[in-house]
Design a protein around this ligand. Structure first.
Ligand code: MIC
Ligand code: SF4
Length: 644
């Protein structure tokens, strides 16, 4: 037998059931979980409904980082609810202001070789420290907190072989953008990307984490780096050397694909509106006027990133036409920037300091002006996500962001002169006072769960029927993101535990009349193109359509987490057997899905278009467990009925 990749080794040591052949379903034991507030309230409501008194993982952490504005009682109530659940049920609680979940988890909790799932699509950031970390829907995280396994389709193994060394002003972000340029937002679907080769030794843990973070954007199941001496040094600097475990693939490990990237050959790159894979060189569009620059997010808010930003801004002033924000990834980063004086350099340049949170990345404030050009060090530039429908958002490295902040136009950062040398400290400032431990088992019983009026009922599921008769209420194109299906932003985010309220905004970016029409239809079907449901893990993109009566989504292909969320919500995700049949279906056609139960077993479904008379073959390959979940009307009903 040939050797194993890093991911295969971790999967093997956590295998609860299944066969590790690509395409088969494997069930994994989960060591750690994380949630953030925007998906957390729902996840904890689901966890509570399972009636398990204490989490059964090694470590579960509830973060508050997405919506920290508390612009009304809704969020304050949700945060208080999550805090009380954490205390009662055995979770650590990271208070608002303590930082972005992925950054804090890397600093304080990540352990090489462990498995992690999080109700956030960027959970693979943990791969930077050698964790096998997956983004998942809230319900899957709730099940894992209860000690249940996490089910995935065994991915293919892709290796990115790094050689050479990054040149000054070329960064880990440019490595991610280069991969996006080459393989697109669909190129990683069904794969685990392992980063290897001699170039790995030149990258620090935060740089590796930038790369695994953005592996989400190529659609990868997850991404992982080896755990080596650099990992040990990072853990030691965090006072956690005891958590270090070396991890490497076997010399004869077999990969389905190998991609070579020569770090020395890269130059600064930029993703243009409105997709992270719309990548060109910065120099090719230099001179484009910029209105806004945002530095931060779980992709680029580490101490290393912000020390570089501060060093480049030192003694300089940002252009009067540009508005600049800096959001440090964690309280640790902010405190250390402050202690060494770098924060003063940032502030003296004219940049605005925002809280250690997701902030503008999820449209929580700092929306660009009308038609504005915004350069962001973030990971997603989907249309409308910034909060300004006609803004043009570009994704860049911190260095390129600073260059634009100083000049007021897209500028190759290599024109800024010498790159100041940055070294990470041997010891980070450790202050876990904003991470609250859970109550002891003895005290837990008396902890009261504090619920606010914003928490509304979970949408009612319907068990699957053998015939689904419903109109095609919405037909959309390729690469529909969960931001299209269920937008976020400061006006909507406070309502993540209020599905009826959220439903008014469902598919608003594509068609504002959708919620009304879907509700009126009672039962409905949505049709999409390829890579349907890419982006965020938010299960609201399945729960809200469920609430509006969507029974089935038919697409050319699906993104992994969203397909799992649809199954968990009891909505059938089916694909066209012949992609061309997509063109035959028209909005408002009367559709009829027949012999659904037989289809579940055979994987072949038949759709009748009663308006045109067409018969369209569809496919949907579901494991026995997924079939049982769909029949029950969703994972919650399946679990309640005793399913594992
Ligand atoms: C995102 O980056 O889109 C989010 C907001 O972090 C989401 C989670 C959410 O919608 O709450 C994600 O990536 O899963
Ligand atoms: Fe937060 Fe943005 Fe990261 Fe999502 S991508 S977790 S919104 S910082």
């Amino acid at each position: 037998m040939s050797g194993l990749t890093i991911a295969q080794k971790i999967i093997r040591s956590h295998l609860v059931s299944g066969d590790m052949a690509p395409g088969s379903e494997v069930a994994l034991r989960i060591d750690q979980t994380l949630t953030q507030d925007a998906t957390g309230t729902m996840a904890y409501l689901e966890f509570e409904s399972m009636g398990i008194p204490r989490v059964r993982t090694e470590r579960s952490v509830a973060y508050i980082d997405h919506n920290t504005l508390q612009s009304g009682f809704e969020n304050a109530d949700d945060h208080r609810y999550i805090q009380s659940v954490a205390k009662k049920h055995g979770l650590y609680f990271s208070r608002p202001g303590n930082g972005i979940c992925h950054q804090v988890h890397l600093e304080r909790f990540g352990i090489p070789g462990k498995t992690l799932i999080g109700s956030d699509s960027h959970t693979p950031t943990g791969g930077g420290i050698g964790m096998l970390a997956f983004g998942a829907g809230g319900l899957d995280v709730a099940v894992a907190m209860g000690g249940g396994a996490y089910y995935i389709t065994m991915p293919k193994m892709v290796k990115v072989n790094l050689t050479g060394k990054l040149s000054p002003f070329v960064t880990a972000k440019d490595v991610s953008l280069e991969l996006l340029r080459r393989i697109s937002v669909k190129g990683g679907v069904g794969s685990i990307i392992e980063w290897g080769g001699p170039g790995v030794a030149t990258l620090s843990v935060p740089e590796r984490a930038t790369i695994t973070n953005m592996g989400t954007e190529v659609g990868a199941t997850t991404s992982i780096f080896p755990s080596d001496e650099i990992t040990r040094a990072f853990l030691a600097a965090q006072g956690r050397e005891g958590d270090y475990v070396p991890l490497a693939s076997d010399a004869d490990a077999v990969y389905d694909t190998v991609i070579d990237i020569d770090l020395s050959a890269l130059e600064p790159l930029i993703a243009c509106p409105h997709s992270p894979d719309n990548v060109v060189t910065v120099s090719s569009i230099a001179g484009t006027k910029v209105d806004q620059v945002c530095i931060g997010s779980c992709t680029n808010s580490s101490l290393m990133d912000l020390l570089k930003v501060a060093a480049l801004l030192k003694g300089r002033t940002i252009a009067p036409s540009v508005s600049v924000s800096v959001s440090p990834g964690s309280k640790q980063v902010l405190a250390m920037l402050s202690d060494c004086g770098a924060l003063s350099d940032i502030l003296a340049s004219g940049a605005r300091l925002l809280e250690c949170a997701c902030g503008p990345c999820i449209g929580m404030g700092f929306s660009p002006n009308s038609g504005g050009v915004s350069l962001r060090t973030f990971n997603r530039n989907f249309e409308g996500r910034s909060g300004t429908a006609d803004a043009k958002v570009y994704l860049v490295s911190p260095e390129t962001a600073v260059a634009a902040a100083l000049t007021g136009a897209i500028t190759d950062p290599r024109t800024l002169g010498e790159m100041p040398a940055i070294t990470l400290p041997e010891r980070f400032k450790i202050d876990d006072s904003a991470i609250l431990p859970p109550a002891s088992e003895a005290e837990a019983e008396s902890v009261e769960i504090l619920r606010g009026p914003n928490i509304k009922e979970f949408p009612k599921s319907r068990p699957l029927t053998d015939t689904v008769e419903a109109p095609l209420v919405l037909k959309v194109g390729d690469n529909i993101t969960t931001d299209h299906i269920m937008p976020a932003g400061s006006k909507i985010l406070p309502y993540r535990s209020n599905i009826p309220y959220l439903s008014q905004f469902c598919f608003g970016v594509c068609d504002k009349t959708f919620p009304e029409r879907a509700k009126a239809a009672g039962s409905s079907i949505v049709v999409g193109g390829s890579n349907y449901g890419q982006g965020s893990s938010r299960e609201h993109a399945a729960l809200v359509p469920l609430y509006l009566g969507v029974r089935c989504v038919i697409a050319k292909s699906f993104a992994r987490i969203h397909a799992a969320n649809l199954v968990n919500a009891g909505i059938l995700p089916l694909t066209f057997a012949n992609a061309d049949d997509y063109d035959k279906l028209r909005q408002d056609d009367k559709l009829k899905l027949v012999n659904v139960f037989k289809g579940l077993q055979s994987g072949q479904f038949t759709l009748l278009d009663e308006t045109t008379g067409d018969t369209i073959p569809l496919t949907g390959h579901f494991t026995d467990r997924q079939q049982a979940i769909l029949r029950a009307g969703g994972l919650l009903d399946y679990t309640r009925e005793g399913g594992k």
